[in-house]
Design a binder for this molecule. Structure first.
Ligand SMILES: Nc1ncnc2c1ncn2[C@@H]1O[C@H](COP(=O)(O)OP(=O)(O)O)[C@@H](O)[C@H]1O
Ligand SMILES: [Mg+2]
Length: 287
């Protein structure tokens, strides 16, 4: 592993310190290397975000972490256990540590919000309907959906679908909640509201939140730690404060949303909405 040779990471410990830790993770599709030697540690019980333009491999990274894809090289630890090369039965056990909010919310269109939120409990646990009801109502209340549980996904706004997706991701009380571009398809006001909810939900549950996104404004609002993925490399990873004062031109251009710098215009175009959102805070009435 490169980090070991350079001493950059020190000797790789048997059990790296993150609740999720990556060392030298590399993933290619044919000749296209999507992730190149990616290493970082996600601190337990905090909000970590990975920021990157569209097509940089954020979803691929997430799929490697939940074991839906296997890296070509490197190792990933989840809660201290190496998952690369793990048998599928073992992976299934590891996956129970995660709640996932997918990009499109991935709700079942034929089920009302109550049944959508209850689904992972009915599918993966032996809880009674009474226990399930308690957990569904608790999480629905947390995301402000108590009055809408009888509605079908097709009958509610995009923001409500995301909130239902968040309640479903948290209903099994997972140690880690993963988010794949939770803001996609939402206007800036709803994104701001969702960010508030993410902060509240993390505080309430003390779970580790791991969010991949291209929305810089959102990252600045919610992240304790952040990494920037750019041209298949993790350019930097650190606390929000460390990243804000970074001298790395890619980091400063990306965080400032500037068109001039190492990131090309076409790559920046992906984060146009985030750049627009970087303007002074939009008041709810203005949208
Ligand atoms: N299963 C796959 N087979 C081949 N190429 C893929 C596959 N999944 C993703 N890719 C490619 O990997 C790159 C990164 O994709 P993705 O992780 O979805 O980007 P992001 O989520 O950052 O927008 C893209 O070029 C995409 O076409
Ligand atoms: Mg994606």
């Amino acid at each position: 592993m490169k980090g070991e040779e350079t001493g950059q990471l020190g000797a790789t410990p048997a059990e790296p310190p993150g609740i999720i830790s990556l060392r030298g993770v590399t993933k290619s599709f044919g000749s296209h290397t999507v992730l190149d030697d990616v290493s970082f540690d996600v601190p337990r019980g905090r909000i970590t975000t990975i920021l990157g333009p569209s097509g940089t491999g954020k979803s691929v990274l997430l799929k490697n972490i939940i074991g839906l894809l296997q890296p070509d090289a490197g190792q990933i630890w989840v809660d201290g256990e190496p998952i690369v090369g793990m048998r599928s039965g073992e992976l299934y056990r590891i996956r129970k540590k995660f709640g996932v909010l997918f990009q499109d919310g991935a709700l079942f269109g034929s089920m009302d919000l109550y049944d959508n939120i209850a689904f992972p409990l009915r599918e993966h646990t032996h809880k009674s309907e009474r226990e399930i009801r308690q957990l569904v109502l608790m999480n629905a209340e947390l995301v402000g959906l108590l009055d809408h549980l009888k509605k079908l996904p097709g009958e509610v706004s995009g923001g409500m679908k995301k909130r239902a997706g968040l309640a479903r991701a948290m209903v099994t009380e997972p140690e880690i909640v993963l988010f794949d571009e939770p803001d996609s398809g939402l206007d800036p006001v709803r994104v701001a509201y969702l960010d508030e909810l993410v902060l509240t939900a993390q505080r309430e549950t003390s779970a580790t939140f791991f969010i991949i996104t291209h929305n810089i404004t959102s990252v600045m609002r919610v992240a304790d730690y952040l990494g920037v993925l750019f041209r298949s490399k993790l350019v930097a990873f650190g606390s929000k404060t460390q990243m804000r004062s970074s001298a790395n031109p890619v980091i400063s251009q990306f965080l400032a949303g500037r068109p001039n710098g190492p990131i090309g215009m076409d790559e920046m175009a992906d984060s146009e909405d985030a750049v627009a959102g970087a303007a002074p805070t939009l008041e709810p009435g203005e949208a």
